[in-house]
Design a protein around this ligand. Structure first.
Ligand code: UTP
Length: 296
């Protein structure tokens, strides 16, 4: 398709309760939990920037204000660091700087589901294509190109919605949005249908959506019906499914490794994987890993 509208906007839903990380998330948002030394939200923002995103909308809830503070200027801290000539520390703050007016926050008063969270961004989205990044999924790039950049390229190629997909064990289909697969060239998969959290015996495939999407605005009228789906929540998957046939819809087998940091094991694995990528930490991590492996 020729010249689809440019992709400049991203919605980052962060209004969930994060119950799997209680008590840590009693008084701090899950998305502020660090992997090595950067909070989850920073990984999502970095990946979005690399994909050309310029405008960000956080869907927040009560108790999530530290996420907004994180992107603000920290005058006292910065002055103190400057006085003490801690230039490396000042540099470490740079990625958390967002140009004035480029980030807005909308409150989702009640966590009624991911679909409802995205619907809360309707004024921000308007009539434009938009990305969604769920910050509790982080994706380690394999080829130097981040997951969202790969989706953005596929959006420009197909002119329609594209979601990042990966194979999951069949017994886990009841945790994810699952694709009914049409034509499949091994990379891009035509989506014939979508089902949220199907039982393994009902699942049309084992290809699951991860927390990265590029959607066209045609999904918004379906979301605005606020129909409840699996788990009594307003499901984004259900609204996306209704746009199939109206706009091109594809799944992309992205290159990279996804860590589900919304669950404890995925979060712990991400710490190790990202620390091993860091020249200042890799050797130390390998040493302690060997120590623990010898014990098990
Ligand atoms: P999760 O299913 O991981 O839920 O949401 P959660 O509340 O964050 O965590 P648990 O399951 O209680 O441990 C996936 C993403 O959707 C957002 C979450 O913030 C997370 O980024 N979300 C979910 C909302 O913003 N609003 C909702 O109503 C539901």
């Amino acid at each position: 398709m020729s010249n689809p509208k440019p992709l400049r906007k991203a919605v980052l839903p962060v209004a969930g309760l994060g119950t799997r990380f209680l008590p840590a998330t009693k008084a701090m948002p899950k998305e502020m939990l660090p992997v090595v030394d950067r909070p989850l939200i920073q990984y999502a923002i970095d990946e979005a920037r690399e994909a050309g995103i310029e405008e960000f909308c956080l869907i927040t809830g009560r108790g999530k204000d530290s996420l907004i503070d994180y992107f603000d200027i920290a005058y006292e801290l910065e002055d103190t660091l400057r006085e003490r000539h801690k230039l490396d520390c000042l540099k470490a703050l740079e990625p958390s700087f967002i140009e004035a007016g480029s980030l807005i926050a909308v409150r989702q008063q009640e966590p009624l589901g991911l679909g409802h969270a995205i619907w809360c961004a309707r004024a921000f989205i308007g009539d434009d294509p938009f990305a969604i990044l769920l910050p509790d999924d982080i994706v380690q790039a394999a080829s130097g190109k981040g997951c969202l950049k790969q989706l953005a390229d596929a959006y420009h190629e197909t002119g329609g919605s594209v979601v990042a997909v990966t194979e999951v064990p069949r017994e886990q289909t009841n945790r994810y949005g699952i694709l009914d697969v049409g034509k499949d060239d091994g990379r891009l998969v035509e989506v014939k249908g979508l089902v949220e959290k199907p039982k393994p015996e009902d699942a049309p495939s084992n290809l699951s959506i991860i927390g990265r999407y590029v959607l066209t605005p045609e999904v918004m009228p379906y979301l605005s019906k606020l129909e409840k789906g699996a788990g009594g929540e307003v499901q984004l998957t259900d609204a996306m499914a209704k746009t199939i046939g109206e706009v091109p819809f594809h799944g992309l087998r992205y290159e990279g490794t996804r860590y589900d940091c919304g669950n404890k094991l995925g979060f712990l694995e991400a710490q190790v994987a990202f620390a091993l990528e860091r020249p200042d930490l890799a050797d130390g991590v390998k040493t302690f890993l060997k120590k623990y492996i010898d014990k098990v």
